[in-house]
Design a protein around this ligand. Sequence first.
Ligand SMILES: Nc1ncnc2c1ncn2[C@@H]1O[C@H](COP(=O)(O)OP(=O)(O)OP(=O)(O)O)[C@@H](O)[C@H]1O
Ligand SMILES: [Mg+2]
Length: 432
Amino acid sequence: MATFEKPKPSESIPLNLLPVIQSAGVLTDRQFQDVKAKVLSGEYPNESRALAARLVHDNVLTAYQTKRFLSNKSHGMVVGRYAILDRLGSGSMGRVYKAHHLMMDRVVALKIIAPEIATNERVVARFYREMKLVGRLDHPNVVRAYDADQLNKILYIVMEYVRGQSLAQLFRKAPIAPPDMVNYAAQAALGLAHAHEQGIVHRDVKPSNLLLTDDLKIKVLDLGLGVLMEADDQSSFATADGIAVGTVDYMSPEQACGRDVDGRSDLFSLGCSMYHMMTGRLPYPGENPIERLGKRISGRPVPLTEVQPNLPAGLVKVVDKLLAYKPSERFQTATEASEALLALIRPRTKRVAPPPEREPAPAPAPASPAVVVTPPPVAAPPAVITVRPNYPTWFQPLASFAEQKPRAALCAALGTLAVTFACGFGIALLVR
Ligand SMILES: Nc1ncnc2c1ncn2[C@@H]1O[C@H](COP(=O)(O)OP(=O)(O)OP(=O)(O)O)[C@@H](O)[C@H]1O
Ligand SMILES: [Mg+2]
């Protein structure tokens, strides 16, 4: 349940909260009239703070909304058809809110793009072109985009609201265990593969853009928004070289150089994210962003084995391939990358040969261990033991005949029975 937040003591609290609530527009007319009637009848308190607390308690308003109203701020609480419910956070491109579609009763995430980006017409035009592609995305590992629009110079995008946390939030608590990381990265690669197939390169794959749902599904966030941070010499958002300001720690060398990028650049960023979240260290460490950027353009990452020597060789190989300097030396598609990652956690189904009967073979050299699931030992097929009954000597020829020619033996037995029966029947007739 939402908690009630007190406004700062310095802020002036409105004497009557009802007009503030009404002008914000977050309630439908009917909802507002209902609240007003309850205040007039005395069912709800009149005093602003007490009324706010009661409305939060009754889930009529959220704590975030009442905090704003008690500070006399009613503007900006409705964007298009969406009422702002809560603030989810902010990043380099804008602020993200939890919002509610007034008509459709749907909770969404609404990202308001920073004004310094939204006022650049060329960037906005590029954004709209990209949104046409983003609208086609439909994959369980991709956060779905519902809507994008610009109203009174406010550029926003509406997305599926994901209950959970970003991997950046998770990783802030502790490094992510390699088996979990492989699972999350494999899911992210599947989402990226879908986007790449639709012609969209993410351009900003990083821990904060990978959301982990409460049921442990990864959803790639901010697809299509990479165009907002692309080189644009008219944008204050970009540096003089046209390289976007933002985190450089997951960028591919070709992106850092401002060259054209394709899906393989996203795979490099995924590799950097995995490296960072498993080890707590950056593959290209440095005192400042410029130094770190320079290292990725000119050098190799600090070997993963140096940072965390006990990682399985198979996993190290996959991360190294994701982090290859030349795109041609990486996985060529995200599908290929996801398969390589999934192979690390898929239980092996190959049957193990039964152990030799006498001298055991020397222990094999350790193969690259699987990351998570060690296959359960496969039992050797049971040996067939033939048990011979101890027949009397006179019966043994018959027994071996029956063993060698079971059909003939059965026919002979049935024939003997029929003849015996016929003889018995004939004798009985004669006796009568
Ligand atoms: N669709 C969504 N559902 C739920 N939470 C979201 C959604 N989109 C963003 N968030 C949350 O909102 C916060 C801000 O996201 P945002 O993408 O702005 O930050 P960022 O990834 O750190 O920066 P940026 O992507 O701008 O470089 C994050 O905590 C993120 O988890
Ligand atoms: Mg983001």
